[in-house]
Write a protein that binds this ligand. Structure first.
Ligand code: OSB
Ligand code: MG
Length: 369
């Protein structure tokens, strides 16, 4: 399709509770929505997984905005007739910036699929119409509050609990949650807060039968993760370190992890995410769908992806109400059995509600050829 416009929109939605990780505290979801419109009037939406600062990755909202405005949008306009499939090549003159590329590729893919009347889930090769939901629980002021929050999520039906940890808030906290819930699927996510010298902490965590430990070490490292995996029983899952199918393949080959968290935005969009799924599956390892506290736009895309056959563990695909009192889209709800329906409409299957979009918008800029 020929793109007539690319609209960038910075948005902000308050979170129902602060979300604290080893790299910071978020009080609100702030990201960039990309809306593309083709010359024929087809419209598509993409949501960035960037936040207000480069804490999780090198990319962040203002940087993403500039690289889209000054480099990626001009490259895509210059390419003329583009398809989602050909966009990585059209944007290959820009090194890195997978999150910026993802937001634009996903928007074009959504527009194409809406035009064809085909759902994203069907296009990607989904084999389920519902997915299992887990929930990611931020670091709380006290262990008591953590046990209480976990109890609330379990009562709602969540099928896997993931605890954020950091040095000083780890073994004891995990022990408290495990003692209160001997049989649940429980995992931890360190967001790169530890070093190889902390291997003893992870050997202590082995006692709690965790499903996995996510990204214990440096965000960019595979070699040290392989060394740590050799010293502990719990499976390592990588998040930050995996930015492409090639990274995933190398990490498994090296023994740096035994499973992979796929966040489509982190790997350059839905098409590369499917390649990560395929390569990890072919190497015999499971994947699961990560999250970045997405609004309904990003959540819809994640749910379609999570319905692929290699996603064999519950994802960070929680209900809208876990994040927002009022989502950008009609709310995604989880059934009492801890599953959520995969959208069936054309493209991602949802659109922002105009009234909510207006209230949540901080800034808009429309780019044209
Ligand atoms: O590491 O998985 C992470 C949120 C923001 C940044 C990084 C991460 C997360 C989460 C939230 O864990 C998962 C969700 O969207 O519910
Ligand atoms: Mg993570």
């Amino acid at each position: 399709m020929h793109l007539a416009s690319i609209e960038l929109r910075l948005i902000g939605l308050p979170l129902v509770r602060p979300f604290r990780t080893s790299f910071g505290t978020e009080m609100a979801k702030e990201c960039v929505l990309v809306r593309v419109e083709s010359a024929d009037g087809a419209v598509g939406w993409g949501e960035s997984v960037t936040g207000p600062d480069p804490g999780f990755s090198e990319e962040w909202n203002e940087g993403l905005w500039l690289v889209l405005r000054d480099f990626l949008a001009p490259a895509v306009f210059a390419a003329g007739d583009v398809s989602a499939d050909g966009m990585a090549a059209a944007m290959s003159g820009v090194r890195g910036h997978p999150m910026a590329k993802a937001a634009l590729i996903n928007a074009v893919l959504d527009a194409e699929l809406r035009e064809q009347g085909r759902s994203l889930a069907s296009y990607l090769g989904a084999e389920r119409d519902r997915v299992e939901c887990g929930v990611s629980v931020g670091i709380t002021p006290t262990a008591g509050e953590l046990v209480e929050q976990v109890g609330g999520y379990l009562a709602e039906g969540y099928r896997r609990i993931k605890l954020k940890i950091e040095p000083g808030n780890d073994v004891e906290r995990v022990g408290a949650v495990r003692d209160a819930n001997p049989d649940i699927l429980l995992s931890v996510d360190a967001n790169a807060a530890y070093s190889l010298g902390d291997a003893g902490t992870f050997r202590d965590l082995d006692a709690y039968r965790l499903l996995m430990v996510e990204q214990p070490l440096h965000h960019d490292d595979l070699v040290e993760h392989a060394a740590l995996q050799g010293q502990i029983a719990t499976d390592i899952c990588l998040d930050e370190s995996i930015r492409s199918a090639a990274d995933a393949s190398a990490a498994l080959e090296l023994g740096a992890c035994r499973l992979v968290n796929i966040k489509q935005g982190r790997v350059g969009g839905l098409l590369e995410a499917r390649r990560v799924h395929d390569v990890v599956r072919s190497q015999g390892a499971p994947v699961w769908c990560g999250g970045m506290l997405e609004t309904g736009i990003g959540r819809a895309a994640n749910l379609a992806l999570a319905a692929l056959p290699g996603f064999t563990l519950p994802g960070d695909t929680s209900a809208s109400a876990r994040y927002f009192t009022d989502d950008l889209t009609p709310p995604f709800e989880m059934a009492a059995d801890g599953t959520m329906a995969v959208p069936t409409g054309a493209g991602i299957g949802v659109e922002p509600r105009p009234d909510r979009l207006k209230v949540c918008t901080v800034r808009v800029e429309t780019l044209r050829p």
